[in-house]
Design a protein around this ligand. Structure first.
Ligand code: GSH
Length: 304
């Protein structure tokens, strides 16, 4: 499917002025590293709304204060400024775009398809949560039930390679996360989520042919970097490194001396960015893993 490929506008940060808010322009506040916001960006592209809906990318790590104060008190992306209102939540927004704007319809009329589509849209939260939790445990095992659920779902309609036959909002809701998890699991855990899932594998291949999605892709290197920052345990052998790292804006949880065989290491949990709190919680669990002398996931990926 062709779409108008646009250059990506630069992200606005804490030093940037706000746009002239509520001047009648329809704006999609987004981030190039957010799979929720990416859903709405793809929908806008597939519907050919590049000229109607202006992208306003934000630097989430250094967000402008005006965004929370004047645009979206939730301070999250995505948000859509339309007709003097701000609307949030990615799943609501992709439906809103589909129902409110012109362009190809992304949800079929057929009752059975709508019903199954709704079930699948409702399942996205479970899917995303389970995948994130699995990254802290044994991903190859713990991701299997939700990935198998999708593999089975892809068998339901056979009039196309997509979830409810033809391309729909359901595919858009999943692809941004599947793409992200595919990178993380491949690169870090050497685990191929499409192996022995022929329907899922064919679906990913079809999705990758869609320019409207391809042009929104998050750089795989960036995905891996973000993931490492949020989830990885830093193993430092020298306490002075703590001081070196603190000014870089990392949160610091604690230091523990623990043993792997005969090697003593100093385990330190660090986290940065808007998800620091979550990272610290994940980090605590990993640290417990170190104490118990079981190798936590990502342990091979030490930064020193
Ligand atoms: N349920 C929301 C989730 C949006 C969300 O969590 N966005 C993240 C970026 S991927 C965000 O803005 N985080 C900033 C924060 O939590 O402060 C949706 O589906 O739109």
């Amino acid at each position: 499917m062709d779409s108008v490929v646009q250059a990506r506008p630069a992200s606005l940060d804490a030093t940037s002025d706000p746009p002239t808010l509520f001047d009648g322009t329809t704006r999609l506040y987004t981030s190039y590293i957010c799979p929720f916001a990416q859903r709405v960006w793809i929908t806008r592209n597939i519907k050919g709304l590049q000229e109607k809906i202006k992208l306003v990318p934000l630097d989430l790590g250094n967000r402008p204060a005006w965004y929370k104060e004047k645009v979206y008190p939730e301070n999250k992306v995505p948000a859509l400024e339309h007709n003097g209102k701000i609307i949030g939540e990615s799943l609501d927004l992709i439906k809103y775009l589909d129902n409110t704007f012109e362009g190809p319809s992304l949800y079929p009329e057929d009752h059975a398809k709508r019903e199954f589509g709704e079930e699948l849209l409702n399942y996205t939260d479970t899917f995303v949560k389970t995948m994130f939790v699995a990254l802290k445990g044994d991903p190859s095992k713990e991701t299997a039930p939700v990935l198998d659920y999708l593999e089975n779902a892809l068998h339901k309609f056979d009039d196309g390679p997509f979830f409810i036959g033809l391309l729909s909002l359901v595919d858009i809701a999943y692809i941004t996360f599947i793409d992200m998890f595919q990178v993380i699991l491949n690169e870090i855990y050497k685990c191929d989520i499409t192996a022995e899932r022929p329907k899922l594998s064919a679906w990913v291949e079809e999705m990758n042919k869609i320019d409207a999605f391809a042009e929104t892709k998050i750089d795989p290197k960036e995905i891996v970097e973000i993931f490492k920052k949020k989830y990885m345990v830093l193993i430092l052998s020298d306490p002075s490194m703590v001081e070196a790292i603190m000014p870089l804006g990392y949160g610091y949880l604690g230091v523990n001396v623990c043993c792997f065989g005969s090697i003593s290491v100093l385990g330190m949990i660090v986290a940065s960015g808007p998800d620091a709190n979550r990272a610290l919680v994940n980090g605590k669990e990993a640290l417990r893993g170190i104490k118990n002398r079981t190798k936590p996931p990502g342990m091979d990926m030490k930064y020193e």
